[in-house]
Design a protein around this ligand. Structure first.
Ligand code: AMP
Ligand code: ZN
Length: 489
């Protein structure tokens, strides 16, 4: 069957019918994290959006190769290449080796991704593991006349590139206009043009992150790493390149330029950009000091939060917005998402207990068409969720005897709803995440401590335990057959 999937391509600024370069294969490259700090919720949103995208492509039976890199060297702090390496700076601050920083935050990143039930990419290459490929690519760009060396550094020659190609074709930025708004910066004299960006940076003597190259002992530039690794694993032209909107310029624009310099065309047919998670209207980011860490949100340990939220509630909250819309973070929005998530999962749970009849009044094909139409329209998860609530209402009507379903429609509906909720949206029921066993165990421990306090006539402790549980909305009932606990309303 011909795919009806349409996606919004930043390159054309329109929604286009998705036609893979080499169907049924689909190559997907997403810029991964720079592992110099804990991933914040904004980062999570971008990776979660691409998790949804890769899951739906697989659901459509495409053979997806999803590559998401780890930037473990070469990410400089500003757009003007002042040479301050983010990982190196953090290593100094934490008094650790750069590779200790990389390891620490890569482990954290993987843990958070797994809590949010993101499927791991098929290949997760690192910049430090691909020095040879990067050096080869720089050589090729120099040979083609689009880069020059200066004091052991190599810069991409934007002016030479602009004579033949359009630097700005992806982001729509016009560097000549940008120049008017940019002050001349000190220390830029070795660049021919202010927009030239580093492909290779000479390392200062104290730097331990350094590799030999024809130009100097140094490190590759951040933009270059993605061009080299995407080409290696997905070829010179693959299907989808993605990342957050804030990477469009200069990162992605420079990737297009580097690839075009080498092969005559950009790396991918479609460019997908996800919108930002905001807090009170501003982009959530570490540098603005308004970022929340996923673990703070899960535990509630943050001044902006009254309590914690389960990772699946957070996932649902993010899926309720389209990936190209901004999503504003607030405690109230999460509370609303929690209710929605619980309502949806309750519908999924009771599906099994629907009584079957001889006749059928549930139009499963219409539901299936509505789910597919939503996702085929540029991965519109909020519309899909709306349709899943329609399905959930029909399930409840069947249970309450107001609607009939026959056995074959029941099993079709079951497969359909489970497929979209678990495989496409990637939601899990909280019981399946293993947390409920942990809560049961902890409650047993707490109630045991309370029983001991009572046995010792330590009423102050036993009352304090009960009151604090009540604050957590856990109601303890002493009955004839022992102590029971329940989540209060
Ligand atoms: P970084 O580690 O800073 O390179 O960022 C990793 C990814 O997170 C990039 O694709 C960014 O575009 C994305 N990102 C950063 N901040 C946000 C945000 N507030 N909302 C959504 N995505 C973000
Ligand atoms: Zn990248």
């Amino acid at each position: 069957m011909e795919s009806q999937l349409h996606l919004y391509n930043t390159l054309s600024g329109t929604k286009e019918l998705f036609k893979p370069v080499n169907p049924p294969m689909v190559g997907l490259y997403v810029c991964g994290p720079t592992v110099y700090s804990n991933a914040h919720l904004g980062n999570c949103r971008t990776f979660l959006s691409f998790d949804l995208i890769s899951r739906y492509l697989r659901y459509l039976d495409f053979k997806v190769r999803y590559v998401r890199n780890i930037t473990d060297v070469g990410h400089i702090t500003t757009e003007v290449d002042d040479g301050i390496d983010r990982i190196g700076e953090q290593a100094k601050l934490e008094k650790l080796e750069p590779m200790e920083i990389v390891q620490k935050y890569t482990v954290d990143f993987h843990e958070v991704m797994s809590k949010l039930n993101l499927l791991p990419p098929d290949i997760e290459p690192t910049a430090t593991g691909h020095m040879i490929e990067q050096i080869e690519m720089i050589k090729s760009i120099v040979d083609k006349g689009f880069a020059y060396e200066s004091n052991g550094n190599v810069y991409f020659d934007v002016s030479a590139y602009k004579e033949k190609h359009n630097y700005g074709e992806l982001s729509g930025r016009n560097v000549d206009e940008l120049m008017e708004n940019t002050r001349a910066l000190d220390g830029q004299s070795e660049k021919k043009f202010f927009a030239d960006f580093a492909l290779w940076k000479k390392a200062s003597p104290e730097h331990i992150m350094r590799w030999p190259s024809p130009w100097s002992d140094g490190v590759p530039g951040w933009h270059l790493e993605c061009s080299a690794m995407s080409t290696k694993y997905l070829g010179e032209e693959f299907d989808i390149h993605g990342g957050g909107m804030d990477l469009k310029f200069p990162h992605h624009e420079s990737e297009v330029a580097q690839n075009t310099a080498c092969s005559g065309h950009g790396p991918s047919k479609y460019w997908l950009h996800t919108n930002m998670l905001t807090f009170e209207g501003s982009k959530m980011s570490k540098s603005l000091g308004n970022s929340i860490l996923p673990n703070e949100l899960f535990t509630g340990d943050h001044p902006m939060l009254k309590r914690g939220f389960h990772p699946m509630v957070v996932r649902f909250f993010m899926l309720q917005a389209h990936y190209r819309s901004t999503l504003d973070f607030s405690h109230d929005a999460l509370e609303a998402a929690e209710k929605g998530y619980q309502r949806l999962m309750a519908g999924v749970k009771v599906m099994e207990s629907m009584p079957v009849s001889e006749s059928n009044e549930v139009d499963v094909s219409a539901l299936a068409a509505s789910f597919k139409e939503a996702m085929d329209d540029d991965f519109n998860s909020p519309v899909l969720i709306g349709h899943l609530f329609d399905a959930s209402r029909q399930i409840n009507s069947v249970i309450e005897g107001r609607l009939k379903i026959d056995a074959s429609s029941k099993s079709e509906l079951f497969k359909l709803v489970q497929g979209y909720v678990f495989d496409v949206l990637g939601l899990m029921s909280i019981e399946d995440t293993g947390d409920s066993a942990l809560v049961d165990g902890l409650m047993e421990l707490v109630l045991d401590l309370r029983a001991r306090a009572r046995a010792n006539k330590d009423w102050a402790t036993s009352d304090a335990i009960r009151d604090q549980l009540n604050e957590l909305k856990i109601v303890v009932k002493d009955g004839k057959d022992g102590v029971k606990w329940d989540l209060g309303a």
